[in-house]
Design a protein around this ligand. Structure first.
Ligand SMILES: Nc1nc2c(ncn2[C@@H]2O[C@H](COP(=O)(O)OP(=O)(O)O)[C@@H](O)[C@H]2O)c(=O)[nH]1
Ligand SMILES: [Mg+2]
Length: 620
């Protein structure tokens, strides 16, 4: 990115950012990233000891409850290094679960270096590999460290060796630390100062270093300050002034600029190379795009509007959602509130996408794209807790490409799936599983259940790396849970969407009293049709209330009934008329009335499936 012309300019002037270090901590989930960040916050006096609590940067209640990091967390620390100078250390703690890799990728493009942490008890794990690849692609200077040495692990040397091999460095270059006790952490921070280069300028060749430009890598909503754009400044400086957003071609007067400490702390300026925030004062979520470039108006005006777009920093490739789930308001929640909840969450979660959807039984809703099962769970919990919303959710679905009557198109809703498609293609994922030797056979046993096609198995240190191709539809079943349970949590995986293949799937419809219930329509592999169809009708039989007439519940595919159950009619108690010379005529009348009612009901045959029944049936 730094062209020859620009380097020359840089050489000529005093390097202004020598004392800044921007870095991330990356690792597989539970390796101790947030705990390591705690020690750094302490060591640099950023958070006073009395306010310290474990995984301080996991500030969302949900993060604390689940013990995982969901959001990347930037924090600025001042550090008096061994060389006698003071450094501004901008750290971004990152999540480790593969569903949140978009968070990680954005953090990687805001920094120059990273600590790659390996859990000493587990060795190299799946996210270690994918984070490493991402960091290398972003050109980061990586500092490897093996964590949890306080546990006196017998295999620690092996883990250090494997880590060194992976990065192509000598074992002595791998730090041994305990994020818990703080052992080795000071040395690690010194290494960040020494090895991570000062900020790069993201200017195209011939660019002007003085022009204020910042990349929005994250955002949040503040009731008073409006949308907060988390930025990395790639040139010039920003104060609370008039600014311009390149992609949305809109302007605003910033209410405040500042940095994270880790709370927002206002400062007079954000300087070249720094990480901080701009409080935009804007209230409209659609104006502030993650990946957009902010310019200071004084510069863009001087340049003329025509050049604003030329100053755009490389943004981010939006991640493709892999699983779609529809949300419908329930209880006292209104559709508009549900939608607003999603809009607010989206500000804080750039991977979230949604569009309107509706359903006969459940009304207006939203079809939401997620990066995985955990992403879905987290968003659901956040809507419930942070916005007090209640909703029902549909079965998860994925996109299929189909050929029907010679036309090829993509369907995202099972209901839109044709009855007799000529061809269907389904998305595949490239899967990487890392497992210790002793769980290899258990993991391999999952092959047939989940349609995994194993390509290669190789050693990575003490662990084995299994590379496989698997249909995406299998991944969104209980793959994650199953993998954890067969390996007692030791096997880990990561995946990437990787093309498609022709597949044998069909549309499974559930028919209640001659009517298809669209919300229960699913796309299912041929081999699972019978089982899934049977399970659903049996479940419905248990759940649906008994009516005055017999009801047929059927599972149907390609016009064929594959499972059927009948709810037998409930006989209404008519009282005891006969025994003591009761009025027979009255009894007959009642019988007649009841028969009529049945006829009428059967003719109009509509069964209202209550939200409660839906909730039960949609549960896994
Ligand atoms: N024994 C030991 N446990 C650690 C160490 N670092 C982290 N942990 C524990 O590992 C778990 C995961 O830590 P966390 O910082 O949340 O990991 P993250 O997911 O990478 O952020 C927590 O239970 C920590 O207490 C360490 O150095 N030694
Ligand atoms: Mg964490």
């Amino acid at each position: 990115m730094t062209g020859a012309g620009f380097s020359a300019t840089l050489g000529a002037m005093e390097y202004p950012m020598d004392h800044i270090r921007n870095f991330v901590i990356i690792a597989h989930i539970d390796s101790g990233k947030s705990t390591l960040a705690d020690r750094l916050l302490e060591m640099t006096g950023t958070v006073p000891m009395r306010s310290m609590q474990a995984q301080y940067l996991d500030r969302m209640p949900l993060e604390r409850e689940r013990g995982i990091t969901i959001k990347m967390a930037p924090v600025r620390m001042a550090y008096a290094a061994a060389d006698g100078r003071r450094y501004e250390m901008n750290l971004i703690d990152t999540p480790g679960h593969s569903d949140f890799s978009y968070e990680v990728s954005r953090a990687l493009n805001a920094v120059e270096g990273g600590i790659l942490l390996v859990d000493g008890t587990k060795g190299i794990q799946a996210q270690t590999l994918s984070n490493l690849r991402g960091a290398q692609k972003a050109g980061l200077r990586l500092i490897p460290a093996v964590n949890k040495i306080d546990l006196n692990l017998p295999h620690i040397d092996k883990v250090v060796e494997a880590t060194a091999d992976l990065l192509g460095v000598a074992p002595e270059e791998v730090f041994r630390v305990s994020a818990k006790t703080g052992a080795g952490v000071k040395e690690l921070l010194e290494a960040v100062v020494k090895l991570v280069p000062p900020p790069k300028l993201g200017f195209p060749e011939g660019g002007n270093a003085g022009i204020a430009r910042a990349l929005i890598f994250d955002s949040a909503y503040d009731d008073h300050k409006g949308i907060i754009a988390n930025v990395r400044v790639f040139g010039g400086e920003f104060a609370a002034e008039e600014m311009h957003l390149v992609a949305s071609a809109d302007g605003f007067k910033a209410k405040e600029v500042g940095y994270f400490s880790p709370d927002m702390k206002a400062s007079p300026k954000l300087l070249t190379g720094e990480i901080g925030y701009i409080a935009t004062g804007l209230k409209e979520p659609e104006l502030v795009h993650i990946g957009d470039t902010v310019l200071a108006n004084r510069d863009s005006t001087a340049l003329g509007g025509a050049r604003a777009s030329e100053l755009a920093l490389p943004g981010y490739r939006e991640p493709a959602p892999v699983v779609f789930i529809s949300f419908y308001p329930d209880a006292d929640t209104k559709f508009d509130d549900l939608k607003r909840g999603f809009e607010k969450l989206r500000l804080n979660d750039a991977a979230l996408s949604f569009e309107p959807d509706s359903n006969e039984a459940l009304g207006r809703g939203l079809k939401v794209g997620f990066l995985g099962q955990l992403h879905f769970e987290i968003i659901s919990s956040r809507l419930e807790r942070e916005y007090n919303l209640h909703f029902l959710t549909s079965f998860p679905s994925i996109a299929y490409r189909v050929q029907d009557k010679g036309r090829v198109f993509t369907i995202k809703q099972p209901q839109d799936f044709p009855d007799h498609p000529e061809k269907v293609w389904e998305p595949l994922v490239d899967l990487e599983v890392l497992t210790p030797q002793q769980y290899l056979s258990a993991v391999l046993n999952m092959q047939t259940i989940f349609d995994m096609e194993i390509q290669e198995v190789k050693n990575i240190g003490e662990n084995l790396l299994i590379q496989a191709v698997m249909p995406l539809r299998e991944l969104i079943r209980d793959f994650d849970d199953r993998m954890k349970s067969v390996s007692q949590g030791y096997a880990s995986f990561t995946y990437e969407l990787s093309g498609e293949r022709e597949s044998e799937v069909e549309k499974l419809e559930i028919v209640v009293v001659n009517e298809v219930v669209p919300a229960l329509t699913r796309i299912v592999p041929k081999k699972d049709l019978e089982r899934e169809g049977r399970q659903t009708v049996e479940r419905l039989k248990e759940l649906l209330p008994k009516e005055q007439f017999s009801q047929a519940i059927q599972a149907k595919s390609q016009g064929r009934i594959i499972a059927r159950e009948t709810i037998s009619a409930m006989k209404k108690e008519l009282g005891n008329f006969g025994k003591n010379g009761g009025d027979r005529t009255r009894k007959m009348k009642l019988w007649k009335k009841q028969e009529k009612g049945k006829e009428r009901l059967q003719a109009g045959a509509r069964v209202d499936i209550s939200p409660e029944v839906f909730r039960e049936i949609l549960k896994k």
